[in-house]
Design a binder for this molecule. Structure first.
Ligand SMILES: [Zn+2]
Length: 292
């Protein structure tokens, strides 16, 4: 199904009931039919007395639901609203803020914020399992206050390092945009040790081909990375009306996730739904495959 070109109305029509949504999630969780998470037996008895179906393994009696151990565990919000939220986060270059989401799915602002927070946690966790490999280039960038001519960092400026894995044709394959904390909070300067910490955390060990430009105003900074950083800032400012440092990293990761899916020509919604509703182990496997 083509989710990329699907309108909000079409999605709402297709997934209007808990049953239709449960079927979709069952399919992404167990694409080859039910497998007991405890004993791997392939047959279960279905109980439909609850809001969402419950599967009881006919071998070991272990009970599993489609939402156990997922972003939805413990949530009283309907599956339909969760799936719609994932769809709205998946819209290319758009995403959604909590005010808009609460209006569309008819929940309180607090619930909408929490749903988005949990989806972003899934995205962040998936990215933490990936290191940049092959030919890697890293550039400095700034979020906030784009026209500050001083060498001193404005309190509302946040320094970023943006890294990318390139393929053999020099085209960006996987991006990471990370907030860095300078040693001197007043300087717009990324020190060697801050740059080294980025390398250790985000680039695979034994990567030899790393081109890193951490000075600002250097002509050596590469244009595609500057454009990505600019697009991330623009999206954050337009969708969330600016952000402080506290949650900035989560939003940068959300932006990078959509960008990475687009680079790979992968539909965003099914991938994000898979991450949200599959076990953490399969998320890691999937993402490792994606980065290579
Ligand atoms: Zn079992």
């Amino acid at each position: 199904m083509d989710f990329t070109n699907m309108s909000l109305e079409q999605f709402q029509c297709q997934y209007s009931t808990e049953d239709a949504c449960a079927k979709y999630v069952f399919h992404i969780k167990w694409p080859n039919g039910f497998i007991c998470p405890r004993c791997e037996h392939r047959h279960a008895y279905l109980t439909k007395t609850r809001r969402l179906p419950l599967y009881e393994c006919s071998h070991c009696r272990h009970q599993s639901s489609i939402t156990a151990g997922t972003v939805m565990e413990g949530s009283r919000t309907e599956l339909r609203k969760w799936l719609l939220s994932i769809f709205l986060v998946s819209r290319e270059e758009q995403g959604i803020n909590a005010v808009e989401l609460s209006r569309i799915i008819q929940v309180t602002y607090k619930t909408a914020w929490l749903i988005l927070f949990k989806i972003r946690q899934v995205i962040q966790k998936a990215d933490q399992n990936i290191r940049l490999t092959g030919s890697v280039r890293v550039n400095s960038a700034v979020y906030g206050r784009p026209f500050n001519p001083s060498v001193h960092k404005h309190p509302k400026e946040h320094l970023l390092l943006i890294g990318s894995s390139l393929n053999e044709h020099g085209v960006d394959q996987y991006l990471k945009i990370k907030l860095v904390i300078p040693e001197n909070p007043r300087d717009r300067h990324i020190s060697r040790s801050v740059s080294l910490a980025f390398t250790n955390q985000h680039i695979a060990p034994h990567t030899n081909n790393i081109e890193s430009v951490t000075r600002f105003y250097s002509p050596k900074r590469t244009r595609p990375l500057m454009i990505f950083a600019h697009q991330a800032s623009k999206w954050i400012n337009e969708t969330f009306h600016g952000l402080g440092a506290r949650h900035l990293q989560m939003y940068l990761d959300e932006f990078s996730f959509r960008m990475n899916m687009t680079i790979k020509n992968t539909q965003i919604f099914p991938r994000l739904a898979l991450l949200c509703f599959s076990s953490p182990i399969s998320c890691c496997t999937y993402f490792t495959r994606l980065a290579s």
